[in-house]
Each structure stands twice: as structure tokens, then as C-alpha cells.
Design a binder for this molecule. Sequence first.
Ligand SMILES: [Zn+2]
Length: 234
Amino acid sequence: MFIWDPRYLIFALPALLLAFYAQWRVRSAYSQYSRKPNSRGISGSEAARILLRSAGLDHIRVEETPGQLSDHYDPRKNVLRVSRGVAQSRSIAALGIVAHEVGHAMQDAVDYTPLRVRSGLVPIVSIGSWLGPIIFLAGLFLSGFTGTTTIAYVGLFLFAGTVVFALITLPVEFNASKRALTLLRSYQLADGRELQGAKKVLDAAALTYVAALAQAVSTLLYYVFLLTGFSRRD
Ligand SMILES: [Zn+2]
């Protein structure tokens, strides 16, 4: 299989290292600021309700959800789900994480274009991310017999949707974090020092999305390399 191609490592390694680094940054920032209590002594759930009310988003419910750092906003059900650890924590990290999710709820309320584009891509990407590579590798294998790389290109374009998705995720995530810090400052839930801590947690989380984009791009480049290398042999 092409997966065992040692050349793949040359393409994949930088992105893989970035992903490990991003994970380490998230863990270290979270462990540091989840232990630092916020000065107003409010829990993640309380902060979520305060910020939603302040942003005029009273119709959005706040629910606890299992798992660690599984916090997310569900636009279809108008629910902001806060992981148990964050919901009950009165830490600086909890403020940052919850405010970020409220940032997504605000994006939804104002029809933020990158969020809409991203949601529209979900059905394509959920199929393309696994079917694209299969069609690509099958197409590449078959091209040895048929002499045409058309099928491989179909797989390549299907997988390319994953790259577009990872790319459009960046403005969505960066904008939610920017809104989060503005919210915390405007409604005086965090002072300057606390905002810095919240920013460190959110910046680390944002880096994981950059790493995801790097991984998608490097895989796509590897596919292009295989295809063009193959064509040259023909
Ligand atoms: Zn987010």
C-alpha cells in the first residue's frame, strides 16, 4: 500500500510534529489555567448564561455534556454544551472556553459567512475525507492497467474538499476566540491578567486547527506528487 511509502513521511512529518506540539500546548495551557481560579468566582455554566444573556441570546440553552474539553455549540438545537469539568470549574480556563462557544453562537446569530460555508461543506467532507483517498489510491493502481489517471483525479478532488474545510475552519475559530475575549472584557468577567490566561488557552486550541490544515495540505501534496510522478513515467 502507498500508506507505507517512506516518502509519505517526508510530506507528513512536519504537520505531524506541529500536531503534537499543538496538543502539548493545549494540555499545558489548560492544566495551568484550569487550576487558576477566576477573581469573580463564577463557574463555566454561570459564565455561559451571563454571556448569552448579555449578547441577547437568551433562547440558547446551556447543558452539561460528558467528556473532557468536549464543549461545543449546537446550532440546530440552539444548545451550548459545556463539558462537566468546564461547567463546574471556577477557573480562568473555563471562562475562556465557554466564551469561545458563546462566540460561535454569536456567529450563528449574525449569519457569519465562514460559518455558513463551513456548515455547507460538512456533508461533502464527511464522505470525501475517507472516500477520496480510497478512490484516489484505487485510481492510481488502475492507471497502471488503463493508462488513465482520471479516477485518481476524482479521488483527489473529493479529498481536496477536506483542505477547503480545514481552511475555512480557521477564520471561524479565530473569530470565535476574538469574540470571546471581547465578551469577557466588555461584561467585566475577566481582568487584564485573566484575559491573558484565557487568550493562552484559546491560542493553543487555535493551533490545533492550523495543524489539521497542515495535515490535510501535506496529504494533498503527497497525492499530487504521486500523480505527477506517475504521469511522467507514462
Ligand atoms: Zn471553536
